[in-house]
Ligand binder design. Structure first.
Ligand code: SF4
Length: 751
């Protein structure tokens, strides 16, 4: 990077977007010399309006964490030791080369974690990495908690990455299932200052209804909280749809000519009357009918289902019914209903509806024949693919910012499987439960040493927004883009010493080539040399970003559109630029082959048979069911090494209703043993009236009590791993998503 790209020892206040979660809050980072002294919410950020949560304010502690790796580690004689970058890449070339030679390329698995999508360089370089790996064994966090939505989006409107986002600032009625945004700050929905936005809802006469087996922090603030048995949201949503048909409340609005499959939907839900589903869900008939009428009668309403309702056995069917409800009540793509985002780095479809459609199952997993969805196999099938001998057995892995040994189901099995890999490259800033097994660890630079632009989550954002920031500190090692490029070049066989510029240049050439392709309706009379000259002084990631910005729907088209955006212009606005709320984009955004909303695609209708058979023969419900929960100070598995976030009383407790606790002889503060089909753990009991009787809850992401970790603070606040209990033998069959909620467990008091 040219010297003028980095601000050296930058005393002063730096404004940038928080990279820790989907909320993308604006931060004001106060620096003295080489120290971060304070992090506050940026009051002038027009999107987040000064909001910050406890995690964001610890970005300085994360930067200065002595356990954060600053250089690579290479395994020598069984121990992870410090090495030079050249030694690390030489070890990767030798290690992966040996595995490929003996077992072929399909013995490699690539695993990506959430932080990949929160940072600019990985978001831009992950595509080339996936291509260079050239393996079908591709796993990401999507099959842990969001693949049902991808699948439903792909099948119903033809684009698996276009998500329906509640228009929270304008809605009159918000129905939420399995979501707790006061703590999570939003999921598949970028809306910084969620608490503030929810507070405004009743002020304009709106209503919030939360459906959850626990009176969560969000449910406690709602106008109405409806307890529901874990994993049964789909039955209740189907009863809402059935009520709409039965009472003549279906109203497709302007999409009437663009909807196919209405009769099939009516038929699918015909048996799901409020009376039939009441004993299954635990929701009374009158509440169900009242909610269906409220959705149909509101001036604008939105139904939003997230992690709790999607990480269950019928996750896809739940996401399907949610989308159907929004469409049948005329609330899809309507102000105040659910809408879709328009990131300014993309162009806008304004042509005729219709496209190539969406397909799954183009290849299948080796052991159990799971179809790929979005090019991925289920996270829950990783262990079996690693353990089952035969051609194509996974023997090497590249893990990027992911901790599957704690975040995938059946932790203990995966822990054993990782220990037996022939070779493992980890891209991570910590030696954690997964990377302790690695042969080489490549740490990314601190997030404050990299350029910042929120690229990925603007596809879920309730407003079109853009903010760019240069690095706060000078980097101690190579850039993240260089690390990705070197790894890609090794995988392509170009050698451990290949110059990363080879890939940087290639990506720019590729992007410019695509832009100028006449078949792609190139904007204006753009010229390659002119573009290259304009990008000359920029860093590799800046070049790729500037290309997207200047040719997106707000772009300056390299001077051809007056007032348009470029990276340079964006940099003049350190608090970011707001481009307005979501706007109507359908039917032009329909990419199904028919050019219509396919309400009843074959994959979902076939999967519905599973739901229907459960209606006929409900499971016995005399045992306890385990659900997860989040905490504001916790971020999946990886921020437990920040003292500020983990200090105080343990938050890793088993929540249980006092009546259940009494029946089982469990005292508050005592320890109990929780057992599931796949494992067991010991944890402190916390009784709470907020729990539905018959349901217990554990937070996820903990369990830092294993040998070999280099996370001193996390080890002192270890907690227990909830995924010791989750079952990799049960998945949402349609999408391959993991089942993390509604796990049958037994809870036993300990002496
Ligand atoms: S809500 Fe998310 S984006 Fe905002 S400060 Fe907290 S962690 Fe960062």
């Amino acid at each position: 990077m040219p010297a003028d790209q980095t601000q050296q020892s930058a005393t002063g206040i730096h404004f940038r977007t928080c990279p820790l979660c989907e909320a993308t809050c604006g931060l004001a980072i106060e620096v003295e010399g080489d120290r971060v002294v304070r992090v506050r919410g940026d009051a002038q950020d027009p999107f987040s309006r000064g909001f910050i949560c406890p995690k964001g304010s610890t970005l300085g502690e994360l930067h200065h964490d002595p356990d954060r790796l600053r250089g690579p580690l290479v395994r020598r004689d069984g121990r992870l030791e410090e090495a030079t970058w050249d030694e690390a890449f030489a070890a990767i070339e030798a290690g992966l080369g040996a595995v490929f030679e003996e077992h072929g390329r399909t013995s490699l698995a690539l695993l990506l974690g959430n932080p990949v999508t929160h940072h600019l360089a990985p978001a831009l370089y992950v595509g080339p990495l996936v291509r260079a790996c050239a393996t079908p064994n591709f796993f990401t966090a999507s099959t842990v908690d969001q693949m049902p939505q991808h699948l439903v989006s792909g099948l119903l409107w033809g684009d698996s990455n276009v998500f329906p986002i509640p228009d929270i600032d304008r809605t009159d009625h918000l129905l939420m299932l399995g979501a707790n945004p006061l703590v999570s700050n939003g999921s598949l929905m970028t809306a910084p200052d969620f608490p503030g936005r929810l507070k405004e809802l009743p002020r304009r006469g709106g209503r919030l209804v939360v459906v959850d087996p626990r009176r969560s922090e969000t449910a406690a603030r709602a106008d109405e909280h409806i307890f529901i048995k874990p994993g049964t949201d789909v039955f209740w949503l189907a009863a809402l749809v059935q009520t709409l048909f039965a009472e003549g409340l279906v109203s497709l609005g302007r999409f009437e000519p663009f909807v196919a499959g209405l009769d099939e939907i009516r038929e699918s839900v015909a048996d799901f009357t409020p009376e039939r589903v009441a004993p299954i869900c635990g929701v009374d008939v009158e509440t169900t009918r009242r909610e269906a009428r409220a959705l149909a009668g509101a001036a604008a309403a939105a139904v939003y289902g997230r992690v709790g309702s999607h990480t269950v056995e019928f996750g896809t069917a739940t996401a399907w019914m949610t989308a159907v409800l929004n469409l049948l009540t005329g609330n899809f793509d309507r102000s105040g209903g659910v809408m879709t985002s328009s990131p300014i780095t993309s162009r806008i479809d304004d042509g005729e509806p219709g496209g190539g459609g969406y397909r799954i199952g183009r290849w299948k997993s080796r052991v159990n024949g799971h179809p790929e969805v979005n090019g991925e196999f289920p996270a829950a099938s990783l262990a079996e693919e690693m353990e089952t001998p035969g051609k194509g057995q996974i023997r090497a892995a590249i893990t990027v910012a992911t901790n599957p040994v704690r975040s995938y189901p059946n932790s203990e099995r995966l822990d054993r499987a990782f220990a037996h890999l022939d070779f493992h490259v980890a891209f991570d800033i910590y030696v954690n439960e997964t990377t302790r097994h690695a042969d080489v660890i490549l740490p990314a630079p601190s997030t404050l040493e990299e350029e910042a632009y929120e690229l990925t989550f603007m596809v879920n954002a309730i407003r079109s927004f853009a903010k760019y920031a240069k690095p706060v500190f000078e980097r101690e090692g190579p850039s993240e883009a260089d690390l990705f490029a070197r790894l890609v070049l090794v995988l392509r066989g170009e050698g451990a010493t290949a110059d990363p510029e080879i890939l940087h240049d290639e990506l720019v050439e590729e992007a410019v080539g695509a832009l100028l392709d006449p078949a792609r309706d190139a904007p204006g009379d753009l010229d390659r040399d002119e573009i290259m000259r304009a990008l000359e002084a920029l860093s590799p990631v800046e070049k790729l970003l500037d290309l997207k910005l200047r040719t997106g729907w707000q772009g300056d088209l390299f001077g051809r559109r007056s007032g348009g955006v470029s990276l340079a212009k964006l940099a003049e606005h350190p608090h970011g630029v707001d481009f307005g709320p979501m706007v109507e984009r359908f039917p032009a955004r329909l990419k199904t082959e028919s050019g219509k909303f396919e309400l009843a695609p074959q994959v979902l209708v076939e999967d519905w048979a599973r739901v229907h058979s459960r209606l006929e023969a409900p499971l016995a419900s005399d045992g306890l069911l385990l659900i997860g929960r989040r905490h504001l100070r916790s971020n999946n598995t990886w921020m437990h090494n920040i003292e500020t976030l983990v200090s105080g009383r343990s938050r890793c407790t088993l929540l249980i209703h006092p009546g259940d606790a009494e029946r089982l002889g469990l005292a508050k503060g005592a320890f109990c043993e929780v057992r599931s089909r796949v494992g067991s753990l010991r944890v402190e009991v916390e009784t709470s009236e907020a729990m539905m009787p018959g349901v217990v809850s554990l937070p996820h992401g903990w369990g830092h009590d294993v040998a070999g970790l280099r996370m001193e603070v996390a080890a002192r606040h270890a907690g227990v791993a909830s995924n010791l209990l989750t079952d990799d033998g049960v998945i949402d069959r349609a999408s391959g998503n993991a089942v993390l909620n509604g796990i049958p467990v037994e809870v036993v008091a300990l002496a």
